[in-house]
Design a binder for this molecule. Sequence first.
Ligand code: RB5
Length: 150
Amino acid sequence: MRVSIASDHAGYDLRKIVATHLEELGYEVIEGGAESALTPYSYVEAGKKIAEDVLSGRADRGVAICGTGIGISVVVNKYKGIRCGLCTNEYMARMSRQHNDANIIAFGARVVGQAVALAMVDAFFTEPFAGERHAVRVNDIKTLEEENFK
Ligand code: RB5
C-alpha cells in the first residue's frame, strides 16, 4: 500500500516518526510538506498534497498532521472523494475505517503523543471497512458530494 503523509511545521517531528514507522512496516511512503519544524509551512499546502496524491492514485491512503489536526483535516475534506477522520485515539482511528471508510487520517502533533499516534496509524491501516449499513451511509455522503461540489 502507498501512503501519502504530509504536515506543516507543527507536525514535522511527529510526521518523521510516523513515516519511519510505516516504512518499517513495509508501506511505500510518499512524504511531503514542511522540511523542518522551524520554518513555517502552511497546513493548506500540506493537505493539498495528500488529497491530490490520494485522488490521483499516487497513494492509496493518507496521513495528515498539523498542530491540532483541525486545519489540515478541513483542507483535505474540501476534496470530492476524500473522507478524512480527525482522530485523537485508537478507537476513533479504527472506527474511521470500519464505519466511514476513511481514506485519510488526521491528527494533531500538539494533541497526541507518539505512542497514541502510532497506535492510531496501526489501526487505520489494518481495520477493514464494515460495509453493509455503513456502505449505505458512505454512499449517501457521495450523493451529497455530487450535490455540493462543482
Ligand atoms: C500552526 O501554528 C497551527 O495553526 C497549525 O498547525 C494547525 O494547528 C491548524 O489547524
